[in-house]
Design a protein around this ligand. Structure first.
Ligand SMILES: *Cc1c(COP(=O)(O)O)cnc(C)c1O
Length: 344
């Protein structure tokens, strides 16, 4: 696979936006290039468009080069950048697993890019043959998610690897929930697979959903193309600074992950015992997919009690299922009490 051959023609020839400051390599003392206000407000200067310091810290954590990292205003922005870099509207097509995260499909729709949903098997695992079947040159991207949202499970590693090896375009592996499971990230195998992009996010285990910071990891050549089209200042100054603080508090974050996993086990066991709960699916994430009798009535009952969960019953294979995030102990207790009350 040649990355260059997958990139849209107009992106290949595009001359990206450049700022005077990005071109300057010295240590500037007087900044009169960007029409900013000179009066300090903490935010009067534009942020670093390449997020150099933040990428160095992230790179050292994951043992990869800064050239192999792109940061986005959430992973959502990176998903959009990937689709726009590689897929020609009204021509190319993406494949994605189903059921999974809705953004892959939405981004394809926004960009008028074709879609092919590949259904997971009855255990919500990857169907390798279906993923790889009938590949054409328009099939540029394949989106996978493991652990998967909303099903909660990891995809079998060997199947994922077989798919990456057999897919002729780029494979995007969304690892938004990787911190909650035992599996190590595919980031460590980027050298092996030039057609792999791994996505992670500050929004879940890191506790930074409000920062809007997503991370993409891939071969430097892939990242270079994504950088070409990204909005120059897509990560604001506050987020760049705050993210460094988050990364320096890994101990606290790890404790919270441990606590969430313990709660996941506890809530899962209690819910399973309740008459009316038909199935609590195994989870490698911070949420549970739960098949319930009278799921819509339960959903509404919970709403009336001030508890919002996610109705996923319309998705393929998720009939009658609600997706319930693991909260703090007390919040989970409130949820459990309400579910018990509904079924008695
Ligand atoms: C929550 C989630 C994300 C995170 O998106 P952000 O834009 O980084 O907040 C990405 N992928 C999946 C599968 C998710 O569930």
């Amino acid at each position: 696979m040649k990355v260059e051959e997958l990139v849209r023609g107009n992106i290949k020839s595009l001359r990206p936006f450049s700022s005077a400051r990005a071109e300057y390599t010295g240590d500037a003392k007087v900044l009169l290039d960007a029409n900013e206000s000179p009066y300090p407000t903490d935010y009067n200067r534009y942020p670093d468009p390449h997020q150099k310091e933040l990428k160095e810290i992230i790179g050292s954590f994951l043992n990869i080069q800064t050239e192999e990292i792109i940061l986005g205003n959430g992973s959502d922005e990176i998903i959009d950048l990937i689709v726009r870099t590689f897929c020609t509207p009204s021509h190319d097509r993406i494949r994605f697993i189903q059921p999974s995260f809705g953004m892959y499909e939405v981004v394809a729709d926004i960009n008028d890019v074709g879609k092919l949903a590949i259904q997971l098997d009855e255990r919500f695992d990857l169907n390798v043959e279906a993923c790889l079947s009938d590949q054409q040159s328009i099939d540029k991207l394949l989106f996978l998610c493991s652990p998967n949202n909303p099903t909660g499970n990891l995809l079998t590693e060997e199947r994922v690897i077989d798919v990456i090896k057999g897919w002729k375009g780029l494979v995007i592996m969304d690892e938004a929930y990787i911190e909650y499971c035992e599996r190590i990230s595919l980031v460590h195998r980027l050298n092996e697979f030039k057609n792999l992009i791994v996505l992670q996010t500050f929004s879940k285990a890191m506790g930074g959903a409000g920062l809007r910071l997503g991370m993409g990891f891939a071969h430097a050549e892939v990242i270079q193309y994504l950088n070409k089209i990204k909005p120059p200042y897509n990560i604001n100054s506050h987020t760049q600074i705050k993210a460094k603080t988050f990364l320096s508090q890994r101990d606290i974050i790890n404790q919270r992950i441990e606590r969430t996993i313990l709660e996941r086990v506890r809530v899962s066991e209690i819910l399973s015992e309740i008459q009316g709960i038909e199935r609590v699916f195994p989870s490698d994430t911070n949420f549970l997919l739960v098949r319930c009798r009278e799921h819509l009535a339960l959903y509404k009952f919970l709403c009336d009690a001030g508890i919002i969960v996610r109705d996923r019953s319309q998705l393929h294979g998720c009939q009658q299922c609600l997706r319930i995030t693991i909260g703090q102990d007390k919040e989970n207790d409130v949820l459990i009490d309400s579910v018990k009350k509904f079924y008695t």
